[in-house]
Design a protein around this ligand. Structure first.
Ligand SMILES: [Zn+2]
Length: 253
């Protein structure tokens, strides 16, 4: 998980939030409860939160990634508008931009109507998850004594972030990131062995190219950025390569 910087609310939600919420609340009053609204009527009252303008702005905020597991469900057609506080318990927040997050179907279904107000989980649009979570091989876990440790634990349980689906993904990432690390090590060794300044310069350029390839995986727009950043933060070859490039940039200046 990484921080999501939500775009400004789309005009359609600013213009209609009050009216849409009023319609939903009137139906709740009429039928006695949210769950008692007839399915077809409920569907037509709720359809607005999936308006194209809302989806576009929301999904763009996370580069089309799930806010919780960081998969890119757009590729399999399953990105959804998720209500952080469930609309069945907090209907007033159904069309509240602050309460909407992009989610994959797996995380959305796992979270279901869990009450995040009485038992908080981490909202990645409000808190930076990288200050709260770390990893232990394939597992995501809360950082010991971090500010919202219980909320971090709840998030992992509620969104099922230690599932076999995500273990598979992380196992594949370990393999490819380890191969990138091997490449860095090879290039660092060859720089150390360079016997002329010219050879050294050429080899440093090659190292820079390898680093750029890795750094692309650590950008917010890439999939599973949180995991890749954690992995590389533990990798001494990556740190060493970064330092070497930085030192050479300073020399070039
Ligand atoms: Zn997800």
């Amino acid at each position: 998980m990484i921080k999501i910087n939500k775009l400004a609310p789309p005009q359609i939600i600013i213009d209609n939030q009050e009216q849409w919420t009023k319609g939903l609340n009137e139906a709740i009053t009429l039928y006695g409860a949210y769950d008692k609204i007839p399915p077809e009527e409920k569907k037509s009252l709720l359809v607005h939160y999936r308006h194209d303008d809302i989806k576009q702005a929301l999904f763009a905020s996370s580069f089309n990634k799930c806010a919780f597991c960081e998969c890119k469900p757009g590729e399999s057609g399953n990105i959804e508008v998720e209500h952080f506080a469930p609309k069945s318990i907090y209907p007033d927040l159904t069309f509240d931009w602050d309460n909407l997050l992009p989610s994959c179907r797996k995380c959305n279904e796992a979270k279901s109507d869990f009450d995040t107000i009485t038992e908080p989980i981490v909202d990645p649009s409000k808190t930076d998850p990288e200050r709260l979570f770390t990893y232990n091989y394939l597992r995501i876990c809360p950082i010991n004594n971090c500010p919202q440790e219980q909320a971090a634990k709840n998030t992992i349980d509620v969104c099922n972030l230690n599932s076999s689906r995500l273990y598979d993904v992380r196992a594949k990432l370990i393999k490819s990131l380890t191969e990138y690390t091997d490449e860095l090590k090879e290039k660092l060794d060859s720089i150390a062995e360079a016997d002329t300044p010219r050879k050294q310069k050429i080899r440093i350029t090659k190292l820079r190219n390898s680093l750029e390839k890795i750094d692309q995986l650590l950008e917010d727009s890439s999939v599973y950025t949180g995991y890749c950043r954690w992995f590389m933060s533990q990798c001494c070859e990556y740190m060493q390569a970064k330092r070497l490039i930085l030192e050479n940039e300073q020399i070039d200046v």
